[in-house]
Write a new protein. Structure first.
Length: 478
């Protein structure tokens, strides 16, 4: 048995079961052990040490007490201590190289379902199998992916925490290792912890390993981009955004009489790009407190730019003068939301908060609100009945599809109404006209199962919207 000194570069976090008989430090042995852990996790040697360096610098920047930095040091070096315990299970699930699968998984956000996760499955599941057996394996993996992921992470995290305890490290070190794969938005494993439920050591270790992996695989810019992208998963603050701008559009149309009683119309309006500029301000005091940064100046201000695109639209209409008293009308509309409301990009520059600039590595933030709306098609039918020479009664009905996908639906984007009933009265007074109208949109409902927004607070929610309105108008013809 080799006995080593319990001294470390930090005043706390020493291994209680290790006694001092020689000049070898515990930190040196754990650092050497971490190289073996890198290999079993499919990472280049030195990954854990580099992650440790990043994490310790983050801790120093955040003002973590020196008494806690020692424990963090060992939690970072031993973060992958249980990684070999799930290798056999992972191989049997994928029927492929588990080391390659582990290594490539680090650059994927496995909590999101999309092309990234599909591409990962196609390149790692049953890669040496014949076509049909491989397709069956892919379907099996897809069907049990969530449970398998949870089980694999649970095996690794529980074993890693157990090893840390057996080595004599503190409960803080063990819990930091156990919760390494928890995510701020609650979509991580093994327990689905959210926000400050996740131990601070786990949060630092997760960010540190992400930065190192992306830096090694794709370069420094990709590392910063990955950190900024994933930083939106629940750590949000209210933003007082005030911008103004203008845009241009054009329209063209044709209207003609097919017969003496039938009139056709075909107008089109172009899309409008509005580039607005202004300012954005807010206070991140609650978010800093959640990160253990109480007392750090939290107010911030940026110069802001927002690019908004309003969609092009086209319609076709038919009106039929049945007789001297009745007019019937039909109309079909197309609104090209699919090309306009894909994403709402927001660019913030010249950040005034030094702490925020240090945390994100820049005084500029580039973000976008995902929308992914679909094109909308609506159909209208209406009638006008002449009551007297001056007065007429109108009524109509319209139906259209809901353009807002449930994945990006929020109460602020709930344009989900699909039916509308209206009635109105028109009274002519020579060159002037008085109009009153009542419009009723029956309550529409849309459910959100798994929101595509990173924060996740709209998961398993229901939005109901219904409106009624009365308008009164007066116009004069010159």
């Amino acid at each position: 048995m080799v006995k080593v000194a319990s001294s470390s570069p930090f005043p706390a976090g020493h291994a209680a079961n290790v006694r001092a008989d020689s000049s070898i430090r515990v930190s040196a042995i754990i650092s050497a052990l971490s190289y073996a852990l890198d290999l079993t996790e499919g990472q280049p040697m030195g990954h854990s040490v580099r992650s440790c360096m990043i994490g310790m610098r983050l801790a120093a920047q955040a003002g973590l007490p020196a008494s806690e930095q020692g424990d963090l040091y060992y939690a970072l070096l031993l973060k992958d201590a249980g990684c070999s315990s799930n290798s056999s299970r992972l191989y049997h699930i994928l029927n492929a190289d588990d080391l390659r699968a582990k290594g490539d998984l680090k650059t994927k956000d496995w909590t999101r379902v999309g092309w990234e996760s599909l591409h990962y499955a196609l390149t790692h599941v049953g890669t040496g199998m014949p076509f049909l057996p491989r397709m069956r394996r892919l379907l099996q993996v897809a069907a049990t992916q969530q449970q398998d992921s949870c089980d694999l992470v649970k095996i690794r995290c529980e074993r890693g925490a157990y090893i840390a305890k057996q080595l004599g490290f503190s409960a803080a070190v063990a819990s930091g290792i156990h919760s390494l794969d928890e995510h701020w938005n609650g979509r991580g494993y093994p327990e689905g912890l959210r926000k400050t439920e996740i131990p601070l050591f786990s949060r630092i270790a997760n960010l540190s390993q992400t930065l190192d992996v992306f830096h090694g695989a794709r370069g420094p810019d990709a590392a910063i981009d990955a950190a900024q992208d994933r930083s939106g998963a629940g750590l949000k603050t209210l933003l007082n955004l005030q911008t103004s701008g203008y845009g241009w559009n054009g329209s063209v149309g044709a209207r003609f009489h097919a017969t003496r009683k039938v009139e056709l119309g075909f107008p089109w309006k172009s899309s409008t790009v509005i580039l607005s500029h202004g300012s954005a301000s807010g206070d991140a005091n609650a978010q800093f407190a959640a990160l253990g940064l109480s007392g750090v100046p939290s107010s911030f201000q940026y110069s802001a730019q927002v690019r908004n695109v309003l969609p092009q639209s086209a319609l076709a209409s038919v009106s039929w003068r049945v007789d001297g008293r009745w007019l019937l009308a039909f109309q079909a509309d197309w609104v090209n939301w699919g090309n306009a409301f894909v994403n709402l990009p927001v660019t913030l520059t010249g950040g005034t908060n030094v702490a925020i600039n240090g945390l994100v590595g820049s005084s500029t933030l580039v973000d976008g609100v995902p929308l992914n709306w679909k094109d909308q098609y609506s159909f209208h039918v209406g009638a006008e009945r002449l009551l007297t020479e001056r007065a007429s009664l109108r009524f109509g009905y319209a139906h259209g599809n809901n353009p807002v996908p449930s994945s990006t639906l929020t109460p602020m984007t709930a344009a989900i109404m699909s039916n509308q009933i209206s009635t109105g009265l028109v009274y002519n007074l020579g060159r002037s006209r008085l109009e009153g109208a009542y419009v009723f949109d029956p309550t529409a409902q849309s459910q959100v199962q798994q929101s595509g927004l990173l924060s996740g607070e709209y998961n398993n929610s229901t939005v109901r919207v219904g409106t009624q309105s009365f308008t009164l108008g007066y116009s004069v013809q010159f």
